[in-house]
Design a protein around this ligand. Structure first.
Ligand code: FAD
Length: 376
């Protein structure tokens, strides 16, 4: 099967290694920019993966730019984020638009359909095993390409082979995901904090929610974690859990560089922020658009700069959230500061989703937040 597949590819103008959300978005964007595009993935669609399944408003805007249309019944809207810690609770609406929760398989199928419609050539069930100056090896056969976009996930084989596996930093946590059959009780994504990590709830349809757990401890299992989140446990008591519990690593990784010659990394292969930020998909979709623009301009240097800009804010938020995770005392202070001035949370969320720039967030807000933190 692999042989037949690689014979039929022969060569490609743009070869995308990995057909997850990042690879398919990169393929669609490159196709929209006028390139001939081929995607190769070792799995079969629709591909499932442990994920909180929330897409922030900026990610939805990028999806619209890629021509992906989300139909009625395929997703559930959420209007903002609500945090819980012990007795404290703070929430804010997104300043512009809503986010969407949707099953990972639904999102993947939508991207596959859009890629097909755009004229991308898709090859499933084919593993890329090597890299050469001309292109890649697939099951012992070589496929030459002009551009190689590596979207093969956080454990990227091609990143290492291309010599781009130089991490500035990397931290890992452990993630799980389970669906529950229950009508969503809230139109917020709810993030519950405890000393065991975070559990967050995303509505994905009128009668289903997705619950994700992210923890530092490799030995914690779903059943061990639930008692650490009593308010959520009470909500889930009568809900029917789905049979599949999926796990995946949540990696915060920053690479020294994300392109070299004709090779570019995109999505988690190009570095990532902690899953609790809920930004992984949005970042990947925005990178995909920036990458196609850089290819059209003929230089991947432009992508390197754009990539750094896209990752900057989510990385800051990831650092803050990881500090809140690691230091319960600091977390309590942050919660006290946010509850005493709820508008700060709204401004932080606006910053997080790109609705306001760091410059607009401003010195005054930073100073005021710092003061509230100290006072708390
Ligand atoms: C627990 C958890 C919760 C999360 N929650 C959220 C959330 O709520 N919102 C959000 O935006 N993000 C979330 N994320 C992050 C999000 O899931 C990732 O950002 C996203 O999956 C990255 O997509 P990707 O395409 O880069 O990688 P992947 O989805 O991993 O895709 C990589 C693809 O490459 C293929 N592949 C790998 N190696 C090869 C090879 N050698 N040959 C051929 N194919 C290959 C794989 O089959 C796969 O299809 C979460 C992550 C975790 C772990």
């Amino acid at each position: 099967m692999v042989e037949a597949m690689s014979k039929s590819i022969g060569q490609a103008e743009v070869l995308v290694a990995g057909g997850g959300p990042a690879g398919l978005a990169a393929a669609i964007a490159a196709r929209q920019a006028g390139f001939e595009v081929t995607v190769v993935d070792c799995a079969q669609p629709p591909i499932d993966k442990a994920c909180g399944e929330g897409i922030m408003p900026d990610g939805l805007a990028a999806l619209r730019q890629l021509g992906v249309r989300i139909g009625p019944g395929q997703a559930a809207q959420f209007r903002g984020i609500r945090f819980f810690n012990d007795q404290d609770q703070v929430e804010a609406d997104f300043p512009h638009g809503a986010g969407y929760g949707m099953r990972r398989t639904v999102l993947h199928q939508l991207l596959v359909d859009r890629a097909t419609e755009a004229g991308v050539s898709l090859h499933w069930g084919a593993r890329i095993t090597g890299l050469s100056a001309q292109g890649v090896a697939i099951g012992g056969q070589h496929v030459a390409c002009r551009w190689l976009l590596c979207a093969d996930g956080h454990n990227s084989l091609l990143r290492g082979l291309a010599g781009l596996d130089v991490s500035r930093s990397a931290l890992r946590r452990f993630g799980f995901r389970r669906h529950y059959s229950v009508a969503p009780w809230s139109d917020f994504v709810e993030v519950h904090w405890s000393n065991c990590g975070q559990m967050y709830v995303t509505p994905v349809s009128d009668n289903e929610i997705c619950v994700a757990l992210i923890t530092r401890s490799p030995s914690v299992r779903w059943e061990d974690a639930l008692p650490h989140f009593p308010a959520l446990g009470a909500r889930l008591k009568d809900a029917q859990p789905g049979k599949r519990l999926l796990g995946a690593l949540s990696i915060s990784r920053r690479l020294a560089t994300v392109q070299l010659g004709k090779v570019a990394l995109v999505g988690e292969a190009s570095g990532s922020v902690d899953a609790v930020t809920g930004q992984g998909l949005s970042i990947a979709f925005r990178q995909a658009i920036a990458l196609a623009e850089a290819m059209r301009g003929g230089s991947l240097q432009q992508y390197e700069v754009a990539h750094r800009g896209i990752a900057r804010l989510p990385r800051m938020m990831s650092t803050l959230m990881l500090a809140m995770d690691a230091h319960p005392h600091f977390r309590r202070r942050v919660f006290r500061a946010l509850t005493s001035e709820p508008d700060s949370f709204r401004r932080l969320l606006a910053l997080h989703t790109g609705a306001i720039s760091p410059l607009k967030f401003g010195f005054r807000e930073t100073l005021s937040m710092g003061w509230h933190l100290l006072a708390a």
